[in-house]
Design a protein around this ligand. Structure first.
Ligand code: SF4
Length: 354
């Protein structure tokens, strides 16, 4: 074994799945400089600190969801003015994926507002996976709950990642969603993993949860049998008409702390700066990257919520010296034309936890 390989395997022995709530809370409460130093030190052991993975997210079926996630305007239970849309045509999805690739994305994520995919939808989503894979992109989907047979079918079609968030701590979960249980979510993650796909799972800050709940969420993710390959940490996008529209803002430094603790608990996972990035300053995003975030969604749309324009991301990366080797095949000013346009203002939405 080479020296580098043996160092990584020694480091891997330190990866834990038995964190206590108190330990996670103690990390969240550390002096900021100590916390960031620890997170950045761990980050450098596993990742190039100046590389950020870039994904594009497309809503392939919007609105009219039967679930009651309190943050989500796609729930049919809330009047958010969101216009519902049927499942997109396979070819239209592939065209969007081509545009995302030209804009520098290496992963294409497709999200549908379903409780779980129906039998009759499966051939279409499988065709989308195959078509996007053929472009040379990694594929990710978020379609709601999956039983083992649907998970196996998606894996068979070539799906690389499946996103299913835990959203919050087990204790706070019932305040946010009543139509599916925490253990339903854990079952889906289990089915995805057993089918051989990579797991993308994270949560949302800013839903009125306590610091203990934030620690509880991070602990749940870190104590899964295998750490999720991707861990999206979202900041609530408050959408009018949803029960959480008037929640208090998250303290930006508390958000950075959560990113740093995610990095420390799950050293090999990509920690994704996800929904809510539109409301973050460049400086806050820079701190998140320093804390160990190394994945973002690119472009203007995060399903139906606004996301910083692709060229703004390119500019920020340039200022930070991130991804200087990245292969963007379009000039920055042309990127916004390639990324799917956001829908109208009333469609602001964070599809955060399907
Ligand atoms: S987060 Fe997903 S499951 Fe929940 S209401 Fe929205 S679309 Fe439905």
């Amino acid at each position: 074994m080479s020296n580098a390989a043996s160092t990584v395997s020694q480091l891997d022995q330190n990866i834990r799945h038995d964190w206590t709530l108190e330990e996670v809370q103690a990390l969240l409460n550390k002096p900021m400089n100590d916390l960031l130093f620890q997170a950045q030190t761990i980050h450098r052991q596993y990742f190039d600190p100046n590389q950020v993975q870039v994904s594009t997210l497309l809503s392939i079926k919007t609105g009219a969801c039967p679930e009651d996630c309190a943050y989500c305007p796609q729930s049919a239970r809330y009047d958010t003015g969101l216009e519902k849309e049927r499942l997109m045509e396979v070819q239209a999805v592939i065209e969007k994926a081509k545009a995302a690739k030209a804009a520098g994305s290496d992963r294409f994520c497709m999200g549908a507002a379903w409780r779980s995919p129906r039998e009759k939808d499966m051939p279409y989503v499988e065709a989308m996976v195959r078509g996007v894979k053929e472009l040379g992109l990694e594929t990710c989907m978020t379609l709601g709950m999956l039983d083992s047979s649907k998970a196996e079918r998606l894996a068979e079609a070539g799906l690389d990642y499946y996103n299913h968030n835990l959203d919050t701590s087990p204790e706070y979960y019932g305040e946010i969603i009543t139509t599916r249980t925490y253990s339903d979510r854990l079952d889906t993650l289990d089915n995805v993993r057993k089918a051989g796909m990579k797991v993308c799972s994270g949560g949302i800050l800013g839903m009125g949860e306590s610091q203990r709940d934030r620690a509880g969420l991070l602990r749940q993710l870190a104590n899964l049998p295998q750490h999720p390959d991707s861990v999206p940490i979202n900041q609530l996008v408050k959408v009018s008409g949803t029960p959480l529209e008037k929640e208090d803002d998250v303290d930006p430094l508390d958000f950075v702390r959560a990113i740093a603790v995610a990095r420390i608990l799950m050293p090999k996972s990509h920690v994704r700066l996800s929904a809510g990035r539109e409301e973050m300053t460049d400086e806050m995003q820079a701190m998140c990257f320093f804390a160990g975030a190394n994945s973002i969604f690119y472009g203007e749309c995060l399903l139906t919520t606004p996301n910083p324009a692709a060229n703004k991301d390119v500019e920020l990366f340039k200022r930070l010296g991130i991804n200087s080797q990245h292969k963007v095949t379009q000039a920055p000013e042309e990127l916004d034309d390639l990324i799917p346009e956001p829908k109208d203002e009333s469609e602001q939405y964070a599809r955060l936890g399907a």
